[in-house]
Design a protein around this ligand. Structure first.
Ligand SMILES: [Ca+2]
Ligand SMILES: [Ca+2]
Ligand SMILES: [Ca+2]
Ligand SMILES: [Ca+2]
Length: 383
């Protein structure tokens, strides 16, 4: 079996500078529209109590939160993490609380919460989707994978709907190169629905008998299209040039000699030196978002992340703790940094949890750590 890295979290947001620039333009347009129309009565009432100091406990959830509302249909955008293409950033949650009856450690799936145009409540927990291997994974032969974990998100086919890259656990008899465990679930006007496709890695871009893992999105070759970097054996990197077909194939692919067993996007900017090519960090050990860590920088270039950039250090962040009402010790992980409320500054989303049954997700606007504008428990995703 390949080593699972289930404690890791989705890669930090990585998008090309081109995408970011376009996103800014799109956001500005949306803000202008919002300013023109003003808040609707519906959005005003929906935001009532949004700044309450005491988030509702799971058992006191409102009807609006227990019933999932339809995902707003979008027409495509360049906003990162915009799976339904409506111009508002959405949230991926890889770790969900488990139901009391589920003590077998089954994968609870991946939760998606969709963004809104309401600056005061940029995520709407009522608008959500639960992704699972059973419902959304591609089969490997006749076998449906059991694992289904989010790894990275970017618009691989350039249709304006962000796509999700997930890792699965296809069967492997231990002989020869293992199958590719990575799958792509394409975004759409309805968000992330339907079946994923297996990522295709051309044979010449594979090396050795280790599982291709650790996908990192970025525009490493600077052509404005999202690419993927994936691990190969012996510290090599499989570099997949975007765009990708709906069948999961890259435009072209090659092996790069320098890398490491763990790959990450630099934080907070994926283009560390601002030359228009996203950069990559190779590490000898796993790195959790928001925590200190060390690695080697591989600078983007026309040939991909192939230029040595020297030592790289991830800086530890002081994360706010979501106001989870519980007794006992809690832990907090960084879910994502990104512009959820459309002010062009990166907000912070954390998950504070105790054990496998209690958690609270909290969204803090940029520069603040005291008053989350959105809080909810992932118990919302329980059947
Ligand atoms: Ca969206
Ligand atoms: Ca797409
Ligand atoms: Ca590219
Ligand atoms: Ca760069």
């Amino acid at each position: 079996m390949r080593p699972r890295t289930s404690t890791e979290h989705p890669q930090a947001a990585v998008t090309s500078r081109v995408s970011a620039a376009l996103a800014v333009g799109c956001t500005a347009l949306l803000l202008a529209l919002t300013a023109c129309t003003g808040p609707s009565p519906a959005s005003a009432s929906a935001s009532d109590g949004k700044n309450g100091d005491t988030p509702p406990p799971a058992q006191a959830r409102t009807q609006a939160e227990t019933v999932s509302t339809p995902v707003p249909r979008g027409t495509g955008s360049r906003v990162p993490y915009d799976f339904n293409g409506d111009g508002h950033r959405d949230l991926v949650i890889d770790d969900l609380v488990k139901a009391p009856e589920d003590s077998h450690g089954d994968d609870a799936g991946i939760g998606i919460v969709y963004g809104t145009g309401d600056r005061d409540r940029p995520l709407d927990p009522a608008t959500r989707q639960l992704l699972s291997a059973r419902a959304n994974a591609a089969k490997s032969g006749d076998t449906l994978p059991a694992a289904f974990e989010s790894e990275a998100a970017c618009d691989l086919d350039r249709d304006g709907f962000t796509d999700l890259i997930v890792s699965t656990d296809p069967p492997y008899n231990g002989i020869g190169a293992p199958p590719v465990p990575l799958q792509i679930l394409f975004g759409s006007p309805q968000g992330l629905t339907g079946k994923a496709v297996t990522l295709r890695i051309p044979q010449q871009a594979r090396y050795g008998n280790e599982w291709p893992e650790q996908p990192v999105c970025g525009d490493f070759d600077g052509d404005g299209r999202a690419d993927l970097a994936v691990t190969a054996s012996a510290g090599q990197v499989t570099f997949l040039h975007g765009p990708f077909t709906r069948a999961g194939a890259p435009r072209s692919a090659e092996l790069l000699p320098d890398g490491g067993p763990y790959l990450y996007a630099p934080e907070p900017r994926s283009d560390t030196d601002g030359d228009g090519y996203d950069d990559l960090v190779a590490a000898a050990r796993p790195h959790a978002p928001g925590q200190a860590g060390k690695g080697t920088l591989l600078l983007g270039s026309a040939k991909g992340p192939a230029r040595p950039g020297g030592a790289y250090a991830f800086t530890a962040e002081n994360l706010p703790t979501a106001p989870l009402k519980t007794t006992g010790t809690t832990r907090t992980t960084l879910l994502n940094h990104g512009d959820y409320d459309g002010d062009k500054k990166p907000d912070t989303v954390v998950r504070t949890y105790r054990g496998e049954r209690q958690d609270l997700i909290a969204l803090y606007p940029a520069g603040t750590t005291d008053r989350p504008v959105v809080t909810f428990s992932t118990a919302l995703f329980l059947p």
